[in-house]
Design a protein around this ligand. Structure first.
Ligand code: COA
Length: 163
């Protein structure tokens, strides 16, 4: 397995993986599947350019991803963000997620003082995964997500680096 930053040439595989994530796990992500399906190639490429999307590969197959971003505004630039974390079911528990997370954390440690994420409070697997990578809970937003009429709370989690 390998991890690298995704580029414009990865567009088709990245779009397919992201849409798979939203289709199979609507309660895990704030993004709406129909809006993502409707997004133009230019919008996807703009996102690839404005944040760092790490892709995890099993052989040549893109099987996992995460989006790392750091604000441009100086007053908040020390807090990076992680989102869109997804590992295809066949690659879960294989270490691919760990490899993607290690790439994210290495970049964050270089550029920022801390990194934040949000996660559905009922997503025990993801929470365990994030805790193993040094994230801790800093808050909870009740009813943060509404998926098909059902509400979910969302945890905010933070990982800090040496200050
Ligand atoms: C979250 C995700 C990226 C983690 O990757 P992964 O390969 O599954 O993670 P791992 O197997 O390395 O670690 C998961 C941990 O949860 C544990 N776990 C597995 N199933 C679990 C369950 N049903 N309940 C609680 N913990 C569970 C594992 O034992 C492991 O624990 P450990 O860290 O103490 O060893 C992946 O599961 C995924 O893509 N899920 C669907 C999308 C999603 O939820 N994304 C997160 C959005 S915030």
């Amino acid at each position: 397995m390998s991890v690298r930053r995704l580029i414009a040439d990865d567009f088709d595989a990245m779009r397919a993986l992201r849409l798979e994530a939203l289709r199979l796990h609507p309660e895990a992500f704030a993004a709406d599947l129909d809006a993502e399906e409707a997004a133009s190639r230019e919008e996807w490429l703009q996102r690839l350019a404005s944040a760092t999307t790490f892709g995890g590969f099993v052989g040549d197959t893109l099987s996992g991803m995460a989006v790392y971003s750091q604000p441009a505004r100086r007053k908040i630039a020390h807090t990076a963000s992680l989102g869109a974390m997804y590992v295809r079911e066949s690659a879960r528990g294989s270490g691919l997620g760990d490899a993607i997370m290690e790439a994210v954390l290495a970049k964050a440690a270089e550029e920022a003082e801390q990194i934040q994420l949000t996660v559905n409070a009922e997503n025990a697997r993801a929470i365990a995964f994030y805790k193993r990578h040094g994230f801790f809970e800093i808050g909870c937003l009740p009813h943060a997500l509404c998926v098909n009429g059902r509400y979910y709370d969302e945890l905010s989690m933070l990982r800090t680096f040496a200050r």
